[in-house]
Write a protein that binds this ligand. Structure first.
Ligand code: DAV
Length: 371
């Protein structure tokens, strides 16, 4: 194989990063109500009942931060690509449904899953995000043309009819207690009508993929991944304690081989820890977030504090204001690079969310030989 032509290669979350996609905030909309979104937007959120384009000044600010972050990565020798936004403020439809607006393309991590030489477009589970892959197609086309070994895959587009969502979640007045009980019982907003997953529910550990079963990924989605990645072992995990379980990357974050930080309010259940413990991996509580509340009009929780981007097993990007998380990682021997991103959180998440791997050095390895 001609190594010079390899564009796509990434097997885990921590090997040295050489090429990455960083999202953009252009045209991001607050999507209109739809069943999956209703379940996720916290009951007391300032976004309830609102939809349409975000303001120009908040978009400009977020773009400035994303541009600065990209520039910092480039200066460290990491190639950075950016998506091509489309007009998100338009009605979209399929024969089964229509919605008033799309979302945006700030968090590529939600849509694209890189496993080795493959980039897989996730099914997604919100109607407003059904067409988001289009923003990444110019890049995927380029990688596909340049790299004869690259596999460009797309999971079956879901129909996302009402049968995909539980009506129980449509109420605004469920209350945290009931939500916690439901999520602990794995009674999530998505049904098992058809395979559904968001790429940000998946973490890559060489031969093993760890997948969060929650609001955005159902068991059929996990089964689809198992059938698709035949040479991998797929493990479903869930995290009781999270009333809005979407995406694994503010909950369970591998830092380097052998070390994971876990959200102390969303602990991995004992039986699911065995795989890690048997193989000598340490799971420690993540530090507390520095903030009591997320920024205005933000979907994500304060735990974006642990949504870090590992550049290599000794270097990690942490949001600039997250002093406790930075301190913890520093004590664990990591070089911490502070990155100002908080004013972009509302556009789709933190440092891990707003990036997607194209190339990390290294090959597939078996980190969990004892299964
Ligand atoms: O804690 O709100 C955010 C994950 C975004 N990709 C949370 C999860």
């Amino acid at each position: 194989m001609d190594r010079n032509k390899v564009i796509v290669n990434s097997w885990n979350e921590w090997d040295p990063l050489k090429h990455v996609i960083v999202g953009r905030a252009d045209g991001t909309c607050i999507p209109a109500a739809e069943p999956a979104l209703e379940a996720k937007v916290p009951e007391d959120s300032d976004m309830k009942g609102k939809f349409g384009p975000r303001t120009k000044d908040t978009i400009d600010k977020a773009n400035q931060l994303l541009n600065d972050f990209s520039e910092m990565l480039s200066k460290r020798g990491i190639k950075v690509d950016r998506p091509t936004p489309i007009d998100f403020n338009q009605n979209i439809s399929t024969p089964d449904w229509k919605v008033e607006t799309m979302f945006g393309c700030m968090p590529p991590r939600d849509v694209l899953l890189t496993v080795g030489n493959e980039i897989l477009e996730a099914t997604m589970s919100y109607r407003c995000r059904w067409f988001e892959y289009l923003c990444y197609r110019p890049l995927l086309k380029e990688y596909y043309n340049l790299d004869p070994n690259m596999r460009h895959e797309s999971a079956p587009k879901p129909r996302l009819t009402d049968a995909d969502y539980r009506e129980d979640y449509l109420s605004d007045k469920i209350g945290i207690e009931k939500r916690l009980k439901w999520t602990e019982d794995k009674f999530f907003v998505t049904t098992e009508e058809e395979p559904l997953f968001d790429a940000a529910d998946i973490l890559r550990f060489g031969k093993d993929l760890i997948v969060q079963h929650g609001f955005t990924t159902n068991l059929k989605g996990i089964d689809w991944l198992r059938r698709h990645f035949k040479d991998h072992r797929i493990h479903a995990v869930n995290f009781p304690g999270d009333p809005y379980p979407i995406h694994i990357d503010a909950t369970f974050t591998p830092i380097k081989e052998g070390l994971i930080i876990n959200n102390p309010q969303r602990k991995l259940p004992k039986d699911q820890r065995k795989l890690f413990e048997k193989n000598g991996w340490e799971i420690i509580d993540a530090a507390q977030p520095a903030h009591n509340e997320p920024p205005a009009l933000c979907y994500s929780s304060v735990w974006l504090s642990m949504n870090v981007l590992v550049l290599d097993p000794k270097t990690v990007c942490v949001e600039k204001s997250e002093k406790y998380q930075a301190e913890q990682l520093d004590k664990l021997g990591m070089e911490v690079i502070p990155v100002d991103l908080r004013d972009a959180y509302a556009f789709g998440g933190g440092l891990h969310c707003c990036t997607a791997d194209v190339y990390r050095e290294g090959e597939i390895k078996d980190y969990f030989p004892k299964q």
